[in-house]
Ligand binder design. Structure first.
Ligand code: SF4
Length: 382
């Protein structure tokens, strides 16, 4: 990373936007040692903190876009530095004073979200098409639960199976639910981590207004990214609805005896902790309890799991950026899963599914291992 002397205005803005947390860093290097990027390439969070402290930041450095906001460094920093806030502030400054440096693929996805409410750039009108095909009813004020699928299952035909299996399970257990279809917008979690704060605020305010006007009191989500931002970030802007990730609901239904199994899944299943369910929200036990409740499942663990889990590489807006072969965490984990003898990697996040599905293809592992959402495994055994 080449150091340069940026203008004082940009550095002041960086500190003002949340980057000032780096001031307490005492350069121990724990973050760099913890960061999964150093399993595949050089990336020094410690060095970045130091350069921000000195005001010596190269706003054109591609490493400003590397962090996947997995949170491993934040959990371990002995000084309590919020490294992710520094990354977010750096990206905000680049977006505000030097937009030409934002990676092209990220800029396109963010532009799509700003204009049509989804990263794929699909028509807003088509957001509810997957639900209409399944006969899911529109949400009304009398409906108990809003199911919010996330943009990826809504528009990506390969990942749609998450929303489809979730809907089938909800129907089988008799939960009264509906969808808002074209009224929804992207939750904005990754947009915010990518530094596009104004767009995030617009998305949050729009969704909160829509949910409020529609009479939503409880939202069930498939994505830990939607979960995180709805639960931890939207309340600051007036959100008052309850937020539940689907694995939490499944765990509760099994506990209450409302979800029982008549079939089985005789497979070795290894669970991948999504960063935004695990490290960011401490939800580790619920998905494991659900998988262990499925008759026939033999639950395996990755060498690093729970708080130490290696991320899929799709957080922090990285889902929309290219990662060179050999530097993809999902490829590393796919190989770990195969080496552990797993038949299936169980995921609880559309981003993780997208990353792992891509890796199955890029590593030519079709037939060697399957990638399944927990909802799919549950549905197979009901
Ligand atoms: Fe600084 Fe914390 Fe990283 Fe140590 S772990 S170098 S204190 S940011």
């Amino acid at each position: 990373m080449s150091a340069t002397v940026p203008d004082k205005e940009a550095v002041d803005l960086l500190l003002e936007l949340g980057g000032d947390t780096c001031k307490i860093c005492f350069q121990c290097g724990t973050c760099t040692a913890t960061c999964p990027w150093n399993l595949v390439r050089d990336f020094s969070s410690r060095r970045l903190m130091y350069k921000v402290q000195l005001g010596l930041i190269d706003f054109g450095d591609e490493d400003l876009w590397t962090c996947a906001t997995c949170g491993a460094c934040v959990k371990r920093c002995p000084r309590g530095v919020a490294n992710i806030d520094v990354m977010r502030a750096l990206r905000k400054v680049v977006s505000e004073v030097g937009a030409a440096k934002v990676p092209d693929s990220l800029r396109l996805s963010v532009k799509n979200i700003a204009t049509v409410g989804n990263p794929q750039g699909e028509s807003e009108e088509n957001r509810g098409e997957w639900a209409r095909a399944l006969g899911v009813k529109p949400f009304t004020p009398e409906t108990e639960v809003l199911y919010f699928s996330c943009c990826v299952p809504a528009f990506d035909a390969k990942i749609r199976r998450i929303a489809q299996s979730t809907v089938e399970v909800l129907n089988k257990v008799g939960i009264d639910f509906g969808v808002l279809g074209s009224k929804e917008r992207c939750c904005g979690e990754s947009v915010r981590k990518a530094g596009a704060e104004a767009i995030f605020l617009s998305l949050a305010q729009g969704n909160i207004e829509t949910f409020s006007e529609s009479g939503v009191k409880k939202v069930v989500v498939s994505s830990p990214h939607c979960y995180h931002t709805f639960k931890n970030e939207y309340p600051e802007f007036g959100a008052e609805f309850e937020v539940v990730h689907f694995v939490q609901l499944l765990d509760q239904l099994i506990e209450e005896g409302k979800l029982t199994f008549s079939g089985e899944v005789k497979k070795k299943v290894i669970y991948h902790d999504p960063c935004y369910l695990g490290r960011h929200n401490d939800i580790y036990d619920e998905p494991r309890r659900v998988l262990q409740a499925i008759p026939g499942v033999e639950l395996l663990e990755f060498p690093d799991s729970r708080q130490n889990a290696i991320c899929c590489g799709g957080g922090g807006g990285r889902i929309w950026m290219d990662t060179p072969a050999g530097e993809r965490f999902s490829e590393l984990k796919l190989q770990q899963a195969i080496d552990a003898g797993a038949d299936v990697i169980a995921v609880a996040c559309p981003y993780c599914m997208l990353m792992f599905d891509d890796s199955v293809l890029s590593m030519d592992k079709e037939g060697a291992i399957e990638i399944k959402d927990i909802s799919e495994l549950v549905l197979e055994a009901i």
